[in-house]
Design a protein around this ligand. Structure first.
Ligand code: DGL
Length: 264
């Protein structure tokens, strides 16, 4: 069996790359639902339906466990996928994990008392980070801001024009004196240097490509019944629901020219 990594688009490739570095021998299947990107500006019902179909596909491809690297899916659909879809599916013993709680745990472990969150429109308006933080530690403040233009700019080769847009989105989080900044969208990990240039070195960036692999490793250590089912052949397959020249060029930037992406 395999480890599945799911995202709506490009950012998840970075998470998959960092998971691969941490778990070099696990067979991994990446699926990006690029046909329906961006998820972050869609309705909850649409996001649930797209991600449910993605889970079905990944489980049919023999994934034992799927990481939904996408924050928007973790915010909107994860609980329903875990509690409604999975138990009634043909694979009730498979597992789906999200990224919101592990990300907040990291911010708390780092001692942040004032958290800033940058996310997609859906992630921010769902207030999922606020609600989960309330459960973990109600004494911690969180300021959040939606950045709906960032994903389309990143996906369409627009990083060279991103500076003023990023300044606009970061301003309320910096005005709130955030001590750390959660990059609450897979794509934003690609903007770390631009964000640091605006926010300064003092603010701690919580970037999921740096934390999810270790959290996943912990999870697998605690669940040997899952870890033991995943084959250790070190293979990676990349599948997408739509393949554009732009996407391929960005993927090659991340992985090198040898990356093979299959459109399904
Ligand atoms: N990958 C999504 C996330 O992490 C953002 C991209 C999208 O809007 O589809 O929220």
């Amino acid at each position: 069996m395999k480890l599945g990594v799911f995202d709506s688009g490009l950012g998840g490739l970075l998470i998959a790359k960092s998971i691969r570095a941490r778990l070099p021998d696990m067979d991994m299947l990446y699926y990006g639902d690029t046909l329906h990107l961006p998820y972050g500006n869609r309705s909850g019902e649409a996001i649930y339906e797209y991600s449910r179909r993605a889970m079905e596909f990944l489980f049919e491809q023999d994934c034992r466990l799927v990481i939904t690297a996408c924050n928007t899916v973790s915010a909107s659909a994860l609980r329903r996928l875990q509690q409604e879809y999975l138990p009634s599916s043909p694979w009730p013993e498979r597992r789906i994990l999200g990224v919101v709680v592990p990300t907040l745990e990291e911010a708390l472990e780092k001692g942040c008392k004032k958290i800033g969150l940058l996310g997609t429109h859906y992630t921010v308006t769902s207030n999922v980070y606020k609600h989960e933080l309330q459960k973990l530690d109600p004494g911690i403040e969180i300021a959040q801001n939606a950045a709906p233009l960032l994903v389309p700019m990143i996906e369409n080769d627009g990083i060279q024009w991103i500076d003023p847009v990023l300044r606009h989105y970061l301003k309320p989080l910096l005005d709130a004196k955030s001590e750390c900044l959660i990059l609450g969208c897979t794509h934003y990990s690609l903007l770390k240097s631009q964000i640091t240039a605006i926010a300064g070195q003092k603010i701690l960036l919580i970037s999921q490509d740096e934390i999810i692999p270790a959290k996943l490793n912990d999870y697998l250590n605690r669940h040997s019944e899952i870890a033991n089912d995943i084959k250790r052949g070190g293979q990676t397959r990349f599948l997408v629901s739509d393949l554009t020249d732009n996407y391929l060029a960005s993927a090659k930037n991340l992985y090198g020219n040898e990356i093979k992406i299959e459109k399904i």
